[in-house]
Design a protein around this ligand. Sequence first.
Ligand code: NAD
Length: 429
Amino acid sequence: MVSSSLLPLETPSQAHICPFDQACSYLEQAARELRMDQGLLAVLSNPRKVVTVSIPVKLDSGEVQVLAGHRVQHCDVLGPYKGGTRYHPAVTLREVSALAMLMTWKCALLNIPFGGAKGGIALDPARYSVGELERITRRYTSELIKDIGPAVDIPAPDMGTSAREMAWMMDTYSVNVGHAVPGVVTGKPISIGGSRGRELATGRGVMIIVREALAERGQSLVGARVVIQGFGNVGSAAALLLHQAGAKILAVSTGSGGVFAEAGLDIPALKTYTAQNGRSIKGFPGSVPITNAELLTLPCDVLIPAALENQITEENVNQIRASIVAEAANGPVTLKADQMLELRGITVLPDILTNAGGVVVSYLEWVQGLSYVFWDEERVNWEMEQLMVQAYHKVTQKSKARQIPLRLAAYVLGVGRVAQAVTDRGLYP
Ligand code: NAD
């Protein structure tokens, strides 16, 4: 298997499902399909730059803690690096590297002129005060000051971060360079150049891809039975938009468990409930509690994992009773489980297509920022819809033409575009 000499080996406890090895396996499959030269494969398997910084922070108690922050830049052959910033206790350098690689293929698949990057800090945001999170974010940003910028690398929100962290990053970068630079991040508040539609963008993209996949089977979103793991940025937006389109959301969950209602959850009411209950969905009126393990195995038309990696594995894949698995999270299905779902005839809508709505609207935000012309939400949603639907149909056409699963088809398109660009630009020197 190809691997990277730049990255440390995974620790034994994580070795069974290493996200970077998984990402390399998918790349290798695409490379075989594309009959790619081994030298080119080696170039694409390695991130171009790996940065790890130390983040000392004074906690509210006066104690000093030192955290490790990463930023991995995978490939910028098509344009500036682009990718989210993750705050989660399970963040590792290899995970961030895998996510950076996925971003490269995702941007290429969607025909967006960006390369892939990702950042992350291993921390549980719930254990820090807002002031502590602000100090951590600002120190992380200033440590990366030479590695990011609107023409270099543009961070965005991911798990555990939101418009708030993007505003702190934008401010820190701007103060350091001496003038306001809104284009250094996307997913920022509208007051400082954020795009309308960005907040719901990833969820809207998920809704569009699910809608297209159901339509291809002669099914409609109206009445479709949907189960969603995760009720954060992506899961809650997908739930809301699918609910508005007439789907029945049977269950949703957070890290501490889920809620289930046979007749479908009232998603707008659940969003209000979580806003009033410190993001907790526990005890939502009209629902019964359900564990994350039970949620994943509920019978439904569409199962949407929208939380973490490696949620559908060899252990639970045979209990999955959905017709379609739509990967809203990055890498929620392991390589083995993916093959087993394929054998069972369960369609997997791959992450690099299904959750691309966020980066599409990030791209639209960047374009608006560069032109100083800001669009209304209808225009943003329309532009995004075109790019998502086009990509969906290209992937399904490729899948049919080559008789390959949708994931491999998406990789063939994304990896193929990047490989062509590397070949055309040539190696320097
Ligand atoms: P988030 O932090 O806003 O939400 C994550 C959700 O998952 C929360 O509801 C959390 O409680 C839940 N969760 C955490 N641990 C869990 C567990 N063990 N079991 C079940 N649920 C758990 O994160 P997000 O931004 O919504 O990102 C979710 C996924 O989508 C990630 O894989 C991320 O990389 C991917 N993604 C996000 C974006 C974006 O625009 N935010 C774009 C593309 C892909």
